[in-house]
Ligand binder design. Sequence first.
Ligand code: ADP
Ligand code: MG
Ligand code: MG
Length: 478
Amino acid sequence: MSQSRLKSCIPLPIDHKILVSVIEKAKDWALMHGVGMRDKKHFNKDVIQIAPFVLLPSPFPRTEFNKAVELQPILNELMHKVAHDDEFLEKTLQNALQVDEFTANLFDIWVKVREEGITQSLSFGLFRSDYLMQRDGNRIKQVEFNTIASSFGALTSHLPSMSRYILRQLGHGDLIKNMPENRALSGLCTGITDAYDLFGVPSAVVLFVVEEVSYNICDQRFHEFEISEKRPDIMIYRKTLNEIYEETRLNEKKQLILEDRPVAVVYYRSGYEPAQYPTSKEWDARLRVEKSSAIKCPSIHYQLAGTKKVQQALAAPGVLEKFMGAGATTGRVRDIFAGLYSLDFDENGERAVDMALADAERFVLKPQREGGGNNVYGADIRDALLRMRHSRERAAYILMERILPPLVAGYVVRPGAAVPPPITDLVSELGIFGVIIGTKDKIYCNKQVGHMLRTKLADANEGGVAAGLGALDSPYLL
Ligand code: ADP
Ligand code: MG
Ligand code: MG
């Protein structure tokens, strides 16, 4: 078998008639179990359609999957330490802050909160570390580490069950043993309730910070349903940053008060991109929350630690050792890093620019942004770098080695698309969820809680599911 192609879990193609029938079943399964989304094109709050999904679970080497799972608590702790190293964060971000207003605004909040004195020393992260396999040897490489609004924990928790149903309908129930269970939803929700209990005020509530319109509503609501089921004592509110501005206040104890009750935990499912702060009110709301005693998921320094710039800085010589010492674990973490290069306005940055101009296809150019659709690829990298070559603007970006994952053939089922879909070449991105709660000096909880697999057409640069490019999937371990 060639290294650049993995074999699908059952031989393809599937007979036309069987395929059509099983896709109909799978779509109904998806709809009836909430593997759904709201339609962006024809928005109607009352209508949920299927989320795009891959019909068969995509193959993933077991050793690499286990490696990612084992590394998660180590990465959680690393990010926790990074976020609590004021000097490192400041030094790492300083050049980007000069030219990136959004990151600068986040950073300003962090400075203001520290100046005023931290009211809540606990940090709470629901993280997701993402990986693509490098086809030369099929080893995982980290794409990025998400510290805010890490999504699809709920939807992908349903996926193994859906894949099992599909495999049984296709007469391949014997393959189910190779599909790992995924308890991301309950793990993430336990994080929220653990943080709630650490807050320790019985009348307190939980606040989800949401977009004006939530397309990925199923994923978010399942968290609420799960918490409500397990902890009927906890009331959850969903508010936009604008509503938080209008409806909350800080009391004399710096509690964030919503409907006369203190907020114990603020869980951000919005607030990670500039468009989510259209006016100064949203920024004021964010500052108010950060100043409050509520436990923030994430607190502002976790969000800053999740920037691409920090990811790049961690890959520089000696930096991992500073945070983790020089042992074998450090080597294991370094091993998952792809090539990452600063584009700062200095000698190293100059070298990186030359390297990228010489062979743009080898790289991805990344700004300090989240949520997909922001990176620059291929010939556009050349254009962007030629434009920014003599400008400090380029410090807002990092350069990353492009990871080329192995291909697998499969069927992607999309809402409204013709059935059956053609067989297409796909690539998968694995995400591992982590939960951490702790103060600078004491960690109360640090664990790996589940995974997600997201698969896209092999020739698409990005595979955001909410953006309509990627499809939900679950790993079939080889
Ligand atoms: P975001 O925070 O916007 O999700 P990512 O770093 O995850 O930013 O990039 C978005 C997508 O771009 C990834 O999901 C992946 O599909 C693609 N991508 C990012 N970095 C690389 C890389 N080094 N090699 C190949 N593809 C990449
Ligand atoms: Mg991200
Ligand atoms: Mg990403």
